[in-house]
Design a protein around this ligand. Sequence first.
Ligand code: G1P
Length: 297
Amino acid sequence: MTSDVRTAIFPVAGLGTRFLPATKVTPKELLPVIDTPLIQYAIDEARAAGIERMVFVSHPSKAAIERHVMDDRDLRATLRARGKSKVAAELAETALCPVDDDVRFVMQHEPLGLGHAVNCARDDVLPGPVAVLLPDDLILGKPGALTEMVSAYGRTDAGHLVAAMTVAPEETSKYGILSVTRRAGQLLEADGMVEKPAPEAAPSREAVVGRYVLDASIFDALDGQAPGAGGEIQLTDAISEGASRVGLAGFRFSGRRFDCGSKTGMLAATLHLARQDPEYAAVLAELDAEMAAERAA
Ligand code: G1P
């Protein structure tokens, strides 16, 4: 699959304070849902969408991310020598290879916001629109959310396309919220968006989750941008600024999204995947039976 969207940016420099102590040493993007780290789901989704170059905006303290995503030939050789060729082959399939894959790591030294993180990648992107994936928004579904968005991007006039879902009124203060002007199937045309508004100030209940396809003008918008909500350079503000120039639309993806930036979201994602895998049927049934017995007692 080839498309105009050739680069994916993964902002992964955040501290992950919500998961301390688990994230004291381990980056939050490497926390697993069952046995697969969050970053791996995002990489797989980007690959399936035909992305050619991946740019990770990381932090020097999070070197483990690079070690995870890149191929480890020594580890694979050790596994093969121990008769674990199947595991070695699986690792080779999911890892990024420095020769065959186009991968870059850039550092965001200070936590100045998501917009600032995306702008750190500006010198490393290929020409054309860019995708941004926030790994702690796990979206499960086939086709992947980014594949759906890249395909929709080719059919819409909107220069900025953002993944959207409806949230409860009291949840608007956790998300970027779209100012929707027209609804057309999976597309929500919008004339702006607001970062984390209080319910009474929210222009709609259509929240943006962590998948974006952005016109390349986003970098110029970010360059001159003053800090916004929370004192941070907000990606939301740069997108909103571009709405009148390049167009903006929300996209209702068909997969299921889990907020893996929260413990409840991680648990829900884990249980969701476990329920689909016969390997875990017995242990889940046992726990259900225990809970039913406790309730009856
Ligand atoms: C970021 C964005 C926000 C978006 C959210 C999706 O917020 O700033 O607009 O709705 O991701 O998960 P964060 O969750 O990083 O605070």
